[in-house]
Design a protein around this ligand. Structure first.
Ligand code: ADP
Ligand code: MG
Length: 222
């Protein structure tokens, strides 16, 4: 599902460089990434999602070399194959929660917004405890509620790859458990691959593999 080979990436500013000689994930696998703040966890997810392009190397996702796609192709590929729960939610302030969740369908002609999708939104929103908040704008929602909207948006397309960046960072312990169950449930129902960044060490037993960026010698910050 994911194959990263000899990837090197640096931002235009600063001296941070991420080197990933090799990272691969089988379809359906669950891999957690832990590590200190600033170690490049979010950068790696952005590279896998094709939001950032590596300076060198190759990233293949679901058989597609994302480094070889144009910007438009990459955006479409992302919307139809990848569910990304961003660390900062990345919700659009001018759209109510429902339209944020349905956003992938607005930008991707290949995705059809039909009755089944609308029903899926209802089920997801119910499971996340935001069903009565769907007409609210992000600025009328708490951090935790915004995070749940972001999770619903990531899951509504039933993606084969779920990238999750501290998806439960803003949730109280009780809803955290529920939301995580949902994430794992959706992943296993759809046979999806789950690549998750987390600070929550008690969650690690739920993953088949863990990469600690603190020990990851290839992640060099100059
Ligand atoms: P993590 O998610 O592990 O906390 P990040 O991948 O966000 O780490 O960041 C890794 C490093 O890259 C940090 O030193 C951070 O300051 C830097 N960085 C992140 N985003 C940018 C950016 N857009 N421009 C320049 N530097 C950045
Ligand atoms: Mg981060």
């Amino acid at each position: 599902m994911i194959s990263v080979e000899n990837v090197s990436f640096a931002y235009g500013t600063g001296d941070f460089r991420l080197n990933v000689p090799r990272l691969s994930m089988q379809s359906g696998e669950r891999l957690a990434i832990v590590g200190p703040s600033g170690s490049g966890k979010t950068t790696l997810l952005n590279l896998v999602a094709g939001i950032l392009s590596p300076d060198s190397g190759r990233i293949v996702v679901a058989g597609k070399d994302v480094t070889a796609l144009t910007d438009t192709e990459r955006r479409q590929f992302r919307a139809s194959h990848i569910g990304f729960v961003f660390q900062d939610f990345a919700l659009l302030d001018y759209l109510p929660a429902l339209q944020n969740i349905l956003y992938p369908y607005r930008v991707t002609p290949a995705l059809k917004l039909d009755q089944a999708v609308r029903e899926r939104v209802e089920v997801l929103a119910e499971a996340c405890g935001i069903r009565d908040k769907l007409d609210r704008h992000p600025n009328e929602l708490s951090q935790g509620e915004q995070q749940r909207v972001a999770i619903c948006r990531a899951l509504v397309t039933q993606p084969k790859l779920i990238l999750s960046d501290e998806a439960t960072g803003n949730l109280d312990p009780e809803s955290k458990g529920r939301i995580l169950d949902l994430l794992f449930e959706q992943a296993s129902e759809a046979g999806a691959t789950l690549l998750a960044v987390t600070h929550d060490h008690e969650l690690l037993p739920r993953f088949e593999r863990v990469i600690d960026f603190a020990d990851y010698r290839e992640v060099a910050d100059a």
